[in-house]
Design a protein around this ligand. Structure first.
Ligand code: ADP
Ligand code: F6P
Length: 329
């Protein structure tokens, strides 16, 4: 019987995240070690449909571990949201001899991976997004670095807020998830953290500021998750700053950190997590197992059925939120 060498594809999809390169590197090196060919697919599902791919070797991933972004580029591919697009994706995989696919991305990317798996191309998802909004994984690749980036930026803002006795209102990323705001807020000593998961009122923030002003506090940091300003009916961070200044007398400035949070060298934790996940993903594909996501749960790397993972509900860490509130006085 003729021996057919197994071939897998790897792609990154959706918003990029620091640590994606570490995951790609781990997938490539683990596969090559096991005599599995690897095709690197550029720009997510768009690149798959366009057959934009190349064979990767051990050196394709040299000097990438410490770099942010993704060497495979990333994209959002609207065609892949409907069956016709997924069917074309399956045909491309069959044509290119792709026996399995590793998809590094968020929930949307996992839906595509599930759809393609159901058509007979085994796919494995690796959670790569700064938002930490994948319910099945305690941590996603990119989150730790993003939180550290926010912390560095807010530390700088604190210097100037302190010099001017000001209040800094900082908007951070996280479309529907307040995890970046919560973790950065606690790491930066924010007086208030506004997240989509917890109802809040500007009145109670102002009351807290007035209370702490009476005990001698002179400058303030408030962290606001972007999901709050886009859906919360509180206006923009600039509107919040105006209201706080008018009602407390503390001069206030708003800063939107934006895409700086998506870049930069991945933290050590990110590199380790992504390396473990990439290794585990290839082990599954080697056994012909697909339709799974590789996640981090209770400090272990485990895998779940994609649909089961997509149906899990993300739990917001209310206890950590209450701790942040209790100690920022
Ligand atoms: P993320 O993966 O970060 O959540 P998106 O939601 O933008 O980012 O999804 C990334 C890509 O995954 C989309 O551009 C699309 O190609 C694919 N995708 C999203 N939703 C679906 C879906 N319901 N079915 C199939 N593919 C999807
Ligand atoms: O999902 C990651 C994320 O950075 C969100 O935090 C943010 O809302 C969104 O992507 C921004 O997307 P874009 O790259 O389209 O500006």
């Amino acid at each position: 019987m003729e021996f057919k060498q197994k071939t897998i594809g790897v792609l990154s999809s959706g918003g990029d995240a620091p640590g994606m390169n570490a995951a790609i590197r781990s997938v490539v090196r683990t596969a090559l070690n096991r005599n599995i060919r690897v095709l690197g697919i550029r720009r997510g599902y768009s690149g798959l449909l366009a057959r934009d791919m190349f064979e990767m070797n051990l050196r394709s991933v040299s000097d990438t571990l410490h770099r942010g972004g993704t060497i495979l580029y990333s994209a959002r591919c609207p065609e892949f949201r409907d069956d016709k697009g997924v069917e074309r994706g399956k045909e491309v995989c069959l044509e290119m001899g792709i026996d399995g696919l590793v998809v590094i991305g968020g929930d949307g990317s996992f839906r595509g991976a599930r759809d393609l798996s159901l058509k007979g191309i085994p796919c494995i998802g690796i959670p790569g997004t700064i938002d930490n909004d994948i319910a099945s994984s305690d941590y996603t690749v990119g989150f730790d670095t993003a939180v550290n980036t926010v912390m560095d930026m807010v530390d700088k803002l604190r210097d100037t807020s302190q010099s001017h006795d000001r209040c800094s209102i900082v908007e951070v990323m996280g479309r529907r998830c307040g995890d970046i705001a919560l973790h950065a807020g606690i790491a930066c000593g924010a007086v208030a953290i506004l997240v989509p998961e917890v109802p809040f009122s500007i009145d109670s923030i102002i009351e807290k500021m007035q209370r702490t002003l009476r005990t001698g506090k002179k400058h303030f940091i408030i962290i606001v998750a972007e999901g709050v300003t886009s859906v919360g009916g509180v206006g923009t961070v600039h509107d919040i700053a105006e209201e706080i200044e008018a009602r407390t007398g503390v001069e206030s400035r708003a800063t939107v950190l934006g895409h700086v949070q998506r870049g930069g060298a991945p933290s050590a934790r990110e590199r380790v997590l992504a390396s473990e996940m990439g290794y585990h993903a290839v082990e599954l594909l080697e056994q012909g197992i697909g339709n799974r996501v590789v996640v981090n749960h209770d400090n272990k790397i485990v895998d779940y059925d994609i649909l089961e993972a997509l149906q899990m509900k993300k739990q917001f860490d209310r206890h950590l939120y209450d701790i942040a509130d209790a100690i920022s006085i």
